[in-house]
Every structure is written in structure tokens, then in C-alpha cells.
Design a protein around this ligand. Structure first.
Ligand code: FER
Length: 250
């Protein structure tokens, strides 16, 4: 299935648990930088929600997975307009009661930003290991371990996984101020972060959790950016948080 955002087809997978009632909550799930809807931790995130009777909508963002757009052209602005469109699509689904947004890493950052933009139509957000240091790092001239002059950004930032990324990615990232999005958001938050994360420093998870007014923070002890060792700790945290917020008994 595709959701169209301004002519760009976004590949989307909607999962509704069997024997779903007429109305049910829906969780929109956003993958990370170079990620897609079929990654192990993205599928596990969806299945944890589905186990509780929550529908999920996993979407490949611009230039990722099976969606339109080139990876090298993607920016956080494009992902944000994608997320706004997908949220509005979800709101048109007749079976949706409460709407939640969750995402991993760059998708977690997108979740935090779009959460602030759309908090009136959302019941909560679930940023997992959110890469909310990207704007700050871009202003200093560092992304994914590569350095550049933040006032003279090169046309091509670098190559990751055989994919190039244009400098416009950094120019956009420099203009984003995540603290304002955190301060604006007053609905419930679940923030999960591995304390051996090699891509997004764990300290950023701790700091964001302290800044949010209504945040539950779960540390995944000894785990990496994509939860190579304790994915079950993540899925258990997601289930526990949803049970509490949706008043589902064990
Ligand atoms: C970076 C660190 C982490 C970065 C992106 C990420 C583009 C995102 C990782 C992910 O989404 O998994 O410096 O720069």
C-alpha cells in the first residue's frame, strides 16, 4: 500500500490484529536513517503493539525502503512533511480511536518533532533511542563520525553503506531546535535507550527524558543502537507502557 505525500509514494504496511474491534488505537512507526519497515527491531516494535490489540502503520520515509525519492536527497524537513501526511492519513481511518507515534533513531527524532506539531491529535509518543543530537552535531560540523565546516557545507556530505548524502541534509538539520519541541510537548512519552549505544549517546536519552513533563524512561542495559542483545526489554517496555495508558489488564 502507498500513502501519497505531494506526489511521493510512501510504502506503508498496516497491521490490524485478528478479531479487531470496531475501534482500536493505532501506532504509527517510523524507522531510522538508512532503515526501512522490514528491519528486525521495527517489526518487533509493531508486533509488541499488535499483541495488545493496537493496530500499527509502518511507513518507509522519503528515500528509504520501497518509498519514492533518492536517499541522497532526503532531509529532516522531507521526513517531517511525510510524517504530517501519514498522521493525517491515519486520522481518516474509520477504526482508529487513539493515535500514537513512535520511531527509532532518526525516526525517533522525527517522532519528537512531529509530536510537538501534532500533539492535539496524538495520545502519546514513543521515541526509541532518538537521534535528537543530529541538529546540534550538524551545527558543530559532525555527522556519523565525519567532520565538515559547518559554515561551508560540502555538496556531498559523505558516503554511508554505499549511499551518498547531499549537504542539504546538514543545512536542514542545523535549523532544527529539538529543545523547543520537547518543551512544547505535554502528553505521555515512552523513551527507551540502550546504555551501550554506539550511534546515539545514551546521555541524550537521559536528558530528553528529564526535559519532558510526562516521560517514562527505560534503559536497556548493555545494549546497542538497534538492540542486538535485549530487544525483549524494548518490547516489554512498550507493552507495559501501553497497558498503563490504555488501561489494559495483564
Ligand atoms: C549521526 C548519528 C546517528 C547521524 C544520523 C544518525 C546523519 C542516525 C542514526 C539512525 O537513524 O539510526 O551522526 O547523522
Amino acid at each position: 500500500m502507498y500513502i501519497i505525500d505531494d506526489g511521493i509514494r510512501l510504502n506503508a504496511i498496516l497491521d490490524r490484529p485478528e478479531n479487531s474491534p470496531e475501534k482500536q488505537p493505532l501506532l504509527l512507526i517510523i524507522h531510522g536513517f538508512t532503515g526501512h519497515v522490514m528491519e528486525r527491531h521495527i517489526i518487533a516494535f509493531a508486533e509488541a503493539a499488535n499483541d495488545l490489540g493496537i493496530a500499527t502503520l509502518r511507513v518507509d520515509m522519503y528515500g528509504h525502503g520501497s518509498s519514492d525519492g533518492q536517499f541522497e536527497d532526503h532531509t529532516l524537513y522531507k521526513w517531517l512533511t511525510n510524517a504530517l501526511t501519514v498522521i493525517d492519513y491515519a486520522r481518516t481511518l474509520p477504526f482508529v480511536s487513539d493515535l500514537y507515534v513512535g520511531g527509532h533513531s532518526q525516526g525517533g527524532l522525527t517522532t519528537m518533532l512531529v509530536g510537538a506539531m501534532k500533539q492535539d491529535v496524538l495520545s502519546g509518543i514513543l521515541p526509541l533511542s532518538p537521534a535528537w543530537m543530529i541538529p546540534e552535531y550538524a551545527r558543530k560540523g559532525e555527522l556519523l563520525g565525519q567532520f565538515f565546516d559547518p559554515y561551508h557545507i560540502p555538496d556531498i556530505l559523505g558516503v554511508w553503506h554505499d549511499k551518498t548524502l547531499k549537504g542539504n541534509y546538514a543545512r536542514v538539520a542545523q535549523m532544527i531546535h529539538v529543545e523547543e519541541a520537547i518543551e512544547r510537548f505535554h502528553k505521555p512519552v515512552l523513551l527507551v535507550h540502550g546504555d551501550a549505544d554506539e550511534a546515539v549517546p545514551y546521555e541524550y536519552g537521559v536528558k530528553a527524558a528529564q526535559m519532558y513533563t510526562d516521560c517514562e524512561f527505560v534503559t536497556v542495559p548493555g545494549d546497542t543502537h538497534c538492540y542486538d542483545y535485549h530487544l525483549d526489554v524494548v518490547t516489554d517496555a512498550v507493552k507495559k507502557w501501553f497497558r498503563k495508558h490504555l488501561c489494559i489488564s495483564e
